[in-house]
Every structure is written in C-alpha cells, then in structure tokens.
Design a binder for this molecule. Sequence first.
Ligand code: NAD
Ligand code: MG
Length: 382
Amino acid sequence: MKKIAILGSTGSIGTQTLDIVREQKDIEVVAVAAGSNIALLEKQIREFAPKLACVYDEEKAVELRIKTADLPVKIVSGMEGLLEVSVFPESEILVTAIVGMLGIRPTVAAIQAGKKIALANKETLVTAGHLIMPMAKEYGVPILPVDSEHSAIFQSLQGNEGNKISKILLTASGGPFRGRKREELEQIQVEDALKHPNWSMGRKITIDSSTLVNKGLEVMEAKWLFGVELEQIQVVVHPQSVIHSAVEYEDGAVIAQLGTPDMRLPIQYALYYPKRMPMSGERLDLFSLGSLTFEQPDTETFRGLALAYEAMKQGGNVPTIYNAANERAVALFLAGKIGYLKITEIIETCMEQIVHRENPSLEEILETETLVYEYIERFICK
Ligand code: NAD
Ligand code: MG
C-alpha cells in the first residue's frame, strides 16, 4: 500500500486525488486537512478512514470531533494541525492541494520529515522556491508537479536526463476573456470570471486563470521546478487545452504531452511516478478535434502575466509581493469589494510600494505577506 496525506482534501484537487484512491485500491489515505467544510470532511473520514484529520477552523474542529466520536480518528486544528498532517509518520507522499502561501510552512515541514511532495500548491514555489528547491535536494525528496503544465513538462523530460532544455513552451487556455480588450473587462462580474472554458477548479485559481495571473505564477513555478532561465519560458495561448505544455531541446526536437483536460492524470502521475497506471475516462480523439490553434498572449490587456515576468526578474521578495497582493485582491474581488481590473492594479501598486528584499528567509517572506496585506488594508480598502 502507498500511504499518502492530503492538504486540502475537500477541494478540487483534493477530491480528484480521492477519486484516484477510490479507483486504484492500493493507496491508503492516512491523514487529511481542510479549511472548514466539515460535512464533506466527515464523509471522507468515514469512507477513507484516515488516522488524523485537521480542520483549520478551531470551532469546526470541535464540531467534527463530536461528529466522529465513534471513529478512531484524531482531529486537530490550526497551523499546528496542518503541520501535524504534513509530517504524519506513516505517510510517504504529501499532496499539497491547499490554496495560497498558507502552504509554505507545511511543505517545508514535510520536506524536512523526508516526505515526497506532490505539489499542486504553486504559491509555495512562487514565493519560497529559492528555499524549497535546495531544501528538497538536501533532504533527497522529489517535488512532483501536479499542475497540468508542469506535469506535462516533467513527462516530456523523461528519458532526457543530461540533455539541455533550450525552451519550455508553457501552454495557456487564455481563459474566458481571451480576445477581449481592457475596456471590455471593466464591467466583468464575479460570475463571468468564474466560468473557465476548459477546466473546473477552485475559485481562486479560476479567477487567476481569467486574469492570466495563474500563467504568471506558473512561469515562476516552472523556473524553480526545472531550473531554467526566465527567457527560456515561452507562454503559448492554446485555447483547446490539449497540448498541456512542451519542451524544446537543443536539436530542435519538441516533446509535448497531450491529453483531454483531466487533472486526475497529472495527480496520478505524481502519485505513481515513474509508473503509469491505467485510468478510466475519455481519450483524446484527434479526428473530432480537427485542429489545434496557437496565439501570442496579450500582455497589454492581461497585465498580470507581464508583471509576473517583471517580479521574477527582480527576484528576492518581489514574487511574494506579486503573489500576496494577488491573493488579497482576488479575495476582495470575490467578496464584491473591488472591480475586476483592480486586481492587477493592486499587484502593480504593491510591487512599487512594498520594500524589496534580496534573498528573503522564510520569516521575511511571511513578513512581506503581512506588509502587503496591511498596505492593501490601509490604502486600498480605506
Ligand atoms: P479549492 O479551493 O478547490 O480547494 C482548496 C482546499 O484547501 C479545500 O480543501 C479547502 O478546505 C482547503 N483549505 C482552504 N483553507 C484552508 C486552511 N486554512 N487550512 C487547511 N485547508 C484549507 O482549490 P484547488 O482548485 O483544489 O487548488 C488547490 C491548489 O492547487 C492551488 O494552489 C491551485 O493553484 C493548485 N492547482 C489547482 C488546479 C485545479 O485544477 N483545481 C490545477 C493546478 C493547480
Ligand atoms: Mg496549470
């Protein structure tokens, strides 16, 4: 039996991870964590029988403890609880499927405890990649990408050890507003931005996909995961989401991974790497697709992507400023407190206003996050 722990078991990636567990039958879920959805978490505990479960919200944890009193599961809460799940002695792999910088400390703890990381939580690498990647190397643990593009790149690298990458072609669907100009985005409502053309995902990443901030975060994620220069990463808009990304080698060969848009494949590949397991579901039918198309990204309209390259170029804590500003701005947009275009405006303002630091420690990254939140609270939410 393969033993895994999941941070964010009730979310989009978390529930699809459990779909794989249900189908494969040789994975045991030993620990899980979620934010506050205790109704679903209770169902998951009854079905998968983990030994440890964390609910971030303290009061909900008390409720869940009562509801699961008949079961041999320990219920914990808060950051302490997340850390306990991350380092749970029996687990071999930690699936990091929570949203945002909250994932940093649990990921660090898991690496130090020698757990393999199946990484969905891209915000952790974006903000702390300079600490996480060397740490994973030091502890000899692999960081296995779950993000579909990074999984595609990782799959395209297999069998090419020692061969230099000349370029990464990072594909993007372009989101629901592809082809629109800035003026047309002013009146965008939350419901419009939550309609992704090809993927069904959590709310935050769906908004990020519509602004292309998600692609910006993915460029930074790719740089850390694959150790390439920023200039080697080219974003290619490919509305059909069939080519999940590709690698170009020095001889001009381009190797890509294709498939239907289904996150279960990258999740399963990370869990079983280097083995490929059977999987149910639709298969790619090239005849019914007919054609695949490609476009340059419009970085004038979707400033979030250009700002991501800028943040990564500046380095230090600037990617953290970019990410933290986006996290807060998206939350404000989802709560109906700011307009759609304000999201990238806030990111840009924070990148200009918050003090830059080189080579930030973990504490300095978290400090930067607080500074960004305070700045937005004082000057933008006033
Ligand atoms: P989601 O919103 O659907 O799920 C988030 C999960 O995190 C939920 O289980 C929630 O309960 C949990 N959570 C929230 N706050 C928490 C807290 N304080 N403590 C513990 N758990 C908490 O999000 P998602 O779409 O599954 O995305 C998860 C991560 O994976 C993100 O970093 C996202 O960028 C990345 N990702 C997602 C997809 C996708 O298809 N959904 C694809 C690529 C990458
Ligand atoms: Mg992705």
